[in-house]
Design a protein around this ligand. Structure first.
Ligand SMILES: NC(=O)c1ccc[n+]([C@@H]2O[C@H](COP(=O)([O-])OP(=O)(O)OC[C@H]3O[C@@H](n4cnc5c(N)ncnc54)[C@H](O)[C@@H]3O)[C@@H](O)[C@H]2O)c1
Ligand SMILES: C[C@@H](O)[C@H](N)C(=O)O
Length: 374
């Protein structure tokens, strides 16, 4: 029991009086005393705030300036109020984001800074978006390992210590070439071949372990490749499916870095963010698992191009395959089985391929019109 040596007298007594220590959650609900799985050096960190059920959650989003964070903040602010949702990142926010609601600097590798933010802002939900994605992770393995694995450890400990509800996204990239690929169920062989995938399997397993061991309210969705119009992807294998829209409008030409018949699960951003809110709000007793696949559609570059060409027949698509990305894509699921999410918390996607393309085209044509008018 290495943790017990570092606990205060009160904490030790409470812990030792817990029946069958070793198979009970380590967080002991005795007069708001909770034990951190991280070594605790002073009694001050035992005091966690408690909130009534009617309070809105106070949400912190890490890595919030990437493709997904700003959209999620917008959705959550609509639901919980502007000042109850704090975006954070290590980058400087653009002025529209800075002026749209609370923003704070948070480096997930700095444990003390994170803890201060959680305490000072009375955070109750943490959405952990910081990560290096698949392609950029392969280009910088040690940074990916630090951010995706060491950073996650900080997040897990802070969440457990302060009784937070924690959302960590996983990905289709958490599967590998030996996983069943068409369809890929929730529970099957997971032997990914990227540092990104390995770190996400680690996150799934650590989150579930903290849930069983310490009672952490950990929730995780495996997202497909996400497609968005007003935010750019951060260096993944599925980025082509966003880039094609930008290039179609800019030059009428698109060079794809994956082979035309590479089939991958994909999702429109609105579905992804809504799923995230829905699983965070789901009553705990509806969740038979803590990590769920979610699915919407599955297509190849050729099928996406054909759908786009129905409305932009002049679009020219060529292929110049990036071997690293192609190898990654060839090891990932082609179709996702998300029947458990549909059964447990009524997950349902709104956008399939035609709706996705129409929505993206509407956005880009309005945007192009506005740019021409200015
Ligand atoms: N976008 C997708 O298609 C997709 C699919 C599956 C899963 N996900 C997951 O969703 C999450 C968000 O994805 P995204 O597309 O917005 O990612 P992104 O790459 O666009 O953004 C990640 C953000 O993390 C930040 N970051 C990096 N190092 C940091 C550090 N030390 N401290 C704090 N922040 C740091 C970056 O500055 C960046 O803004 C990620 O965990 C990703 O794995 C995304
Ligand atoms: C699929 C997902 O995790 C991300 N878009 C990537 O390609 O890396």
């Amino acid at each position: 029991m290495p943790v017990i040596r570092t606990l205060s007298k009160v904490a030790k007594q409470a812990l030792l009086s817990t029946p069958a220590y070793g198979c009970q959650p380590l967080t002991v609900a005795a007069r708001n005393i909770s034990f951190s799985p991280r070594q605790v050096t002073s009694d001050a960190s035992f005091h966690s705030a408690s909130f009534s059920d009617t309070d809105h959650p106070r949400v912190l989003i890490t890595g919030g300036l990437g493709q997904l964070g700003v959209g999620l903040a917008k959705l959550l602010r609509k639901r919980f109020g502007k000042y109850n949702v704090i975006l954070s990142d290590i980058r400087k926010p653009p002025s529209n984001v800075f002026h749209s609601g609370p923003f704070i600097y948070a480096d997930i590798l700095d444990y003390k800074n994170l803890r201060e933010i959680v305490v000072n802002n009375r955070i109750t939900w943490l959405v952990h978006y910081s990560a290096l994605l698949s392609a950029i992770g392969e280009a910088n393995v040690s940074l990916a390992r630090a951010v995706n694995i060491t950073g996650l450890h900080n997040i897990l400990d802070i969440a457990a210590e302060h009784g937070l509800r924690l959302f960590v996204p996983s990905t289709i990239g958490a599967f590998g070439p030996t996983s069943p690929r068409n369809p890929t169920p929730d529970v099957c062989v997971q032997r990914p071949r990227t540092i990104y995938g390995v770190s996400k399997v680690h996150a799934e397993l650590m989150g579930e372990y903290y849930h069983h061991r310490y009672g952490l309210d950990f929730r995780c969705l495996r997202y497909p490749g996400i497609i968005s119009a007003d935010s750019n992807p951060g260096g993944g294998t599925t980025d082509y499916a966003v880039q094609i829209f930008h290039d179609a409008f800019k030059s009428g030409k698109f060079e794809c870095n994956l082979k035309p018949d590479t089939r991958l699960p994909m999702m429109y951003i609105d579905d992804c963010l809504r799923a995230t809110l829905e699983v965070m709000e789901a009553p705990a007793d509806t969740l038979s698992m803590r990590t769920y696949n979610i699915n919407a559609m599955s297509f190849t570059p050729e099928e996406l191009a054909q759908e786009l060409q129905k409305q932009m027949p002049e679009l020219e698509v060529t292929y110049d395959v990036d071997l690293v990305r192609q190898a990654i894509a060839d090891s990932w699921p082609m179709n996702f089985d998300d029947s458990n999410a549909r059964k447990d918390w009524s997950w349902k996607h709104d956008y399939d391929l035609p709706e996705l393309v129409q929505t993206m085209l509407n956005y880009f044509s309005t945007d192009a019109c506005l740019a021409r008018a200015n």
